[in-house]
Write a protein that binds this ligand. Structure first.
Ligand SMILES: *Cc1c(COP(=O)(O)O)cnc(C)c1O
Length: 391
């Protein structure tokens, strides 16, 4: 521990192995995992199909280089294009990298349009990553503090407020793109209104701006559609993915369509590891299992049952502000800070997360069973009632 940089306030527990939505720690205690490594373990832990595919791939080839063709990468790009309606894909290794690619695309696009100092509109409470550009795009002053000077070229507006963006458009002639999460994750499970999304799409078309959707957390089936923007029936110009894409193996992707297509040329962007055979095989297999087991439909149903179950179990419980979410991306907002629920959950054998100080965040695996969902509801409801009963 002492040789690790102090970047995380870690909980005093380590896991030795997992099975589906259950994790066992090094002392043998078993936990119900309602977080899946922050929306990463899409298929739960130790999924036999994913384990077999990764093992077989490791026995063939792990890495070659993007200096050569990578068939698994080409297949995954085809698959993602078919699922999303997007045209082309750049592969990298994480969410912030996918967003870096998106931000670079927006700038390239801007310059092509004759805008010398292109700006991207970003949202309050947004989270886009920890690299310098994505940190600058993130709407959290605490995360940014101490790392100034930030990268310029971002203008911030309130979430879900089309009028604020219209107003900005009137006097800021440098805007070339709008970037947002359709469901804000770190910001506290805030959902973009369908009207806002459609209005934004129309405004972007009207102004010739790129619409960039950061689906790093809300994508890959989590909200009950492959991508959260599909609830509104819109198609963005750029979509970024990571977290759940590889089912636990690091991989990120930046997808482009329409005016954002064909902007990068050889030499403009790259990644040594991006889209390697191991990571792309993991993603292809994850997608295959989601399709074969109809996990997207499942996420929609189980997610609704968790929200309803919690609403029932917590009825009349003072201190609950709102239970919201889409599919298996769920937030329970309290009227007070509740970070200590995480350690209380640990004691009770339940892995949850608290974000935006007051929001309990649930991001279980898409494979969470109906009975496991009920167990999650009963453990969490007990935890919340106990916590809120204390003055
Ligand atoms: C987690 C997250 C990121 C950053 O992803 P990393 O893989 O940690 O770089 C970016 N955007 C959103 C919406 C996220 O939830």
């Amino acid at each position: 521990m002492s040789h690790l940089m102090n970047t995380y306030g870690r909980l005093p527990v380590a896991f030795s192995h997992g099975d589906g939505s259950w994790l066992t720690d090094t002392d043998g205690k078993v936990y119900l995992d309602a977080l899946s490594g922050i929306a990463v373990n899409t298929l739960g832990h130790n999924h036999p199909t994913l384990v077999a595919a990764i093992s077989a791939q490791a026995g063939r080839i792990l890495h070659a280089s993007n200096l050569y063709r990578i068939p698994e990468q080409e297949q995954l790009a085809d698959k993602l294009a078919a699922l999303s309606g997007m045209d082309e894909v750049f592969f990298c290794n994480s969410g912030c990298e996918a967003n870096e690619a998106a931000i670079k695309l927006a700038r390239l696009y801007g310059h092509q349009q004759g805008v010398d100092s292109p700006a991207t509109i970003v949202m309050e409470k947004a989270f886009h990553g920890r690299t310098m550009a994505t940190l600058s795009a993130t709407g959290n002053r605490k995360a940014q503090a101490g790392f100034e000077p930030l990268v310029s070229g971002f203008v911030r507006v309130p979430y879900n407020n089309l009028e604020a963006i219209r107003t900005l458009a009137r006097y800021n002639k440098n805007v070339v793109a709008v970037m947002l999460e359709i469901v804000q994750g770190e910001g506290g499970i805030n959902i973009a209104d369908i009207d806002f999304q459609r209005g934004l799409r129309a405004l972007c078309d009207d102004r010739g701006w790129l619409l960039i959707c950061d689906e790093v957390q809300c994508g890959m089936g989590r909200t009950g559609t492959w991508f959260a923007f599909q609830h509104a029936g819109i198609r963005p110009d750029v979509v970024t993915l990571a977290k759940g894409l590889g089912g636990g193996v690091p991989i990120g992707a930046c997808l482009a369509a329409g005016q954002a297509k064909g902007l990068f040329k050889p030499g403009n962007h790259g990644s040594t590891f991006g889209g390697n055979p191991l990571a792309t095989t993991a993603a292809l297999t994850t997608i295959e299992v989601i399709e074969n087991d109809r996990l997207i439909e499942h996420a929609l149903i189980v997610g609704a049952s968790i929200r309803e179950g919690l609403a029932q179990a917590l009825a009349g419980c003072a201190g609950i502000v709102e239970i919201r979410g889409q599919g298996l991306m769920i937030g329970i907002e309290l009227d007070r800070e509740c970070g200590e629920l995480v350690t209380r959950g640990l004691t009770a054998g339940l892995l949850i997360n608290v974000t935006a100080e007051k929001v309990v965040r649930l991001l279980p695996a898409l494979t969470l069973g109906a009975d496991e969902a009920q167990e999650l509801v009963s453990r969490l409801a007990r935890l919340l009632r106990d916590f809120l009963a204390v003055p």
